[in-house]
Design a protein. Structure first.
Length: 389
């Protein structure tokens, strides 16, 4: 698992913030329950167990008690700091002795926090080494996989089939999409690492892939913590096995979160009034749903929308609701005035400019010009319908 974000403040949620914090802890509890029920050999937490390094002792002890349930069953846990609970001078992992709070014996491997000074741990009984690629600052000065070779890092004396597992909290570079982040690495570096599996954290939605012989995956956050996390709500069961003499890694996402995220596009042309929009959204009411609504299409001139009113009216029906207006205003109906008139020249010029911006995909600028054209035509053709303030 990764990105549990225990203790997140959720300042944008108002009264719902404490409820979501409890949901995040419940998802963490469910993940531990799943590990126990599945009799897993090892639990990996790939960063951001805590939302920040500033947590009250009672919150740390509460998390440690959950980890203690694994410790008492001798299920090893390996954890790395993330970017929210980074391993800087004020790190929560320096302030609190998490293994001791969880009841782990000194140095017995029941609960291991990997850092820049302890980069790996080997479990002889599992024939496996876990490598934590961790920086001592929030922003890593270089890629955590730069020059990394798993076999060399694990040391000598290991069998050829020894499993090599890595852990990183950071972003996979995607050219043209993700070029920079606090911690960033490349697919080429993954391919050259010699790892069998790379457990990742930082992205809150599930994503997996393969580079050369290395399988990698982001489990996503066990409980969604933002509107864009429709791939959250789960942890991963990862199986390492040998098939026909070749290493094989399989991944099973398993749901542990309660909340769901849904994105919805509403055609403004199909909504004759604000009351109708409210009725459509009321039909989706669900206290476990984070609903992100986007109004699209051409907005009828008669449609008078106050999105703040819509959100306030429906707020109690959802875990969280956001309504955004990306619709474009409809243009006045009827033929254009003659091109040799002021109104006609104005309309023709703006329509050409709108078409140019839409052709280049510059929708925001095209929408501004559509509104200018609508208001300009009304002002020039029917000034009695306009009130200027």
């Amino acid at each position: 698992m990764a990105d549990v974000h225990l203790g997140a403040r959720h300042n944008d949620l108002g009264p719902a913030a404490s409820a979501l914090r409890e949901r995040q802890f419940a998802a963490f509890h469910a993940a531990v329950e799943l590990a126990i029920a599945e009799k897993v050999d090892l639990v990996l937490i790939a960063g951001d167990l805590f939302d920040s390094n500033s947590q009250p002792r009672r919150s740390v002890e509460r998390a440690a008690a959950e980890l203690g349930r694994l410790v008492e069953r001798h299920v090893p846990v390996v954890l790395i700091p993330g970017t929210h609970d980074c391993y800087d001078a004020s790190s929560i992992y320096r302030v609190f002795d998490l293994p001791r709070l969880a009841g782990a014996g000194q140095g017995n491997g029941d609960l291991v926090v990997l850092t820049d000074s302890r980069p790996q741990v080997t479990f002889p009984g599992l024939d496996l080494t876990v490598h934590g690629r961790v920086a001592s600052t929030k922003r890593a000065p270089a890629s955590p996989l730069a020059g990394f070779k798993a076999a060399a890092a694990a040391g000598e004396g290991l069998e050829p089939g020894h499993w090599q597992v890595g852990m990183i909290h950071g972003a996979l570079r995607i050219p043209g999409v993700i070029e920079d982040d606090d911690v960033i690495f490349t697919e080429q570096e993954i391919a050259a690492s010699g790892l069998h599996y790379l457990a990742l954290g930082h992205w809150h939605s599930f994503k997996e892939g393969r580079a050369n012989g290395t399988t990698w995956a982001y489990p996503g956050a066990p409980e969604p913590v933002a509107l864009d996390q429709d791939g959250a709500g789960q942890v991963l069961l990862v199986t390492l096995a040998e098939r026909a003499g070749q290493p094989e890694v399989t991944i099973q996402p398993r749901t542990v979160g309660r909340s769901r995220v849904k994105r919805l596009e509403l055609d403004a042309a199909s909504a004759p009034s604000q009351a109708d929009i409210v009725r459509q959204l009321t039909a989706l009411a669900d206290p476990d749903l984070v609903l992100d609504v986007r109004m699209v299409g051409v907005r009828p001139e008669a449609l008078d929308l106050n999105l703040d009113e819509v959100e306030q009216q429906l707020a109690q029906m959802f875990l969280r609701l956001r309504v955004r207006d990306a619709s474009v205003p409809g243009l006045p109906e009827g033929p254009l005035p003659p091109a040799d008139t002021i109104a006609g020249a104005f309309a023709l010029d703006l329509e050409q400019r709108i078409a140019e911006h839409e052709g280049r995909g510059e929708q925001e600028r095209a929408t501004e010009l559509r509104e200018a054209l609508r208001l300009g035509r009304l002002l020039l053709e029917a000034p009695e319908r306009m009130t200027l303030a």
